[in-house]
Design a protein around this ligand. Structure first.
Ligand SMILES: O=C(O)CCC(=O)C(=O)O
Ligand SMILES: [Fe+2]
Length: 329
């Protein structure tokens, strides 16, 4: 399986070796036309930072339920989503009836109280909610998000070259990228749990790029283009990266978004810290076609895309959307 998922070594690029960018671009193109996932090595994010972020996720979820519910997820998609708070209804590979067996908390870029988007209550531009009783937690989350953002930005020239664009092609779209750090807790699923109960059901991410730190507890699997589900390997020191629906759409379906799922029958508690990375809030993403033609999809922004998606997948969003629609009616 490590044979199947390409491994991109960022060492030569970071060392400024001539030709490294174009070589990585070719490898990335292959990754996104054949698999939809790739590993990066020599990515520059230290293992201690990742370990401490996993620990922070564990500390967060170990709090009493009341403390977590005090920062319940809101219309900005920031805060705590209780166990079985989401059912994967769209993008699924099969029919999924049961809510996902995970609880999660979501953080976005830290915005000051007087930021114009905060003052105007612009959707998905709200302030983070932080737990009251966890010293050092906020700082840890901010450190992790900074590190993941830095890595994601450093990969953009590779994406540009993979699409035969100049290295700085993506820069104007990512002046203040949107991102979300999700800290998930997958309780052990009982051996007697129904077949169609998942930690997270088969889905596509919405993102342009998802960075996933290696997990010591297995459970993640991917669906190859052959239709076969395979367990994701976890090579030491590497990070797993995939593209979601935004990448697929923006590349006019040239780059694939690959279905994946989690089942936690490991007999242990499992935590995950995926980082979802997208263009700036107001960036207009018109299809990047091979021949410069307009492409199949309409140009779209992050909020327009996300509001369409949210309506179908998150229970809290569905309720909110209904209220919003009623207000507008
Ligand atoms: O828990 C994992 O390993 C992956 C989680 C995932 O696919 C997601 O949160 O979108
Ligand atoms: Fe995912």
């Amino acid at each position: 399986m490590t044979d199947t998922i390409p491994v991109l070594d960022l060492g030569p690029l970071r060392a400024g070796v001539p030709g490294a960018l174009d070589r990585l671009g070719a490898e990335l193109r292959r990754a996104f036309t054949e698999v939809g996932f790739y590993f990066v090595r020599n990515h520059g994010i230290g293992q201690p930072l990742l370990d401490e972020t996993f620990e922070a996720a564990e500390r967060f979820h170990a709090q009493p339920l009341d403390a977590k519910l005090a920062m319940r997820i809101n219309e900005h998609n920031i805060g705590y989503m209780p166990l079985r708070g989401a059912t994967t209804r769209v993008n699924a590979v099969g029919d999924v009836a049961l809510p996902n067996a995970n609880e999660a908390v979501f953080f976005k870029r830290e915005l000051p109280a007087d930021h114009p988007d905060v003052l105007a209550n612009v959707r998905f531009r709200g302030r983070n909610q932080w737990p009251a009783g966890l010293p050092g937690f906020r700082e840890q989350v901010l450190r992790a998000m900074d590190a993941f953002e830095g890595l994601a930005l450093s990969l953009l020239p590779i994406y540009a070259r993979a699409l035969d664009k100049p290295a700085d092609f993506f820069a104007p779209f990512f002046t203040e990228p949107m991102y979300t750090l999700r800290m998930s807790h997958y309780p052990q699923q009982e051996p007697t749990a129904p077949e169609n109960e998942f930690g997270i059901a088969p889905h596509l991410d919405t993102s342009f790029m998802t960075i996933l730190a290696q997990n010591r507890i297995p459970g993640l699997s991917l669906r190859l283009s052959t239709g076969e589900w395979v367990d994701a390997p976890a090579p030491e020191g590497a990070l797993l990266i995939n593209g979601g629906m935004m990448l697929r759409r923006w590349t006019d379906n040239r780059f694939m978004a690959t279905p994946h799922r989690v089942i936690n029958r490991s007999g242990k508690e499992r935590y995950a810290i995926p980082f979802f990375f997208d263009a700036s809030y107001r960036a207009v993403m018109a299809p990047i076609t091979a021949d410069g033609s307009p492409g199949r999809m309409e140009p779209i922004t992050y909020p327009d895309f996300m509001t369409g998606y949210q309506r179908s997948n998150f229970h809290h969003a569905a309720e909110k959307e209904e209220k919003i629609e009623l207000q507008g009616a």
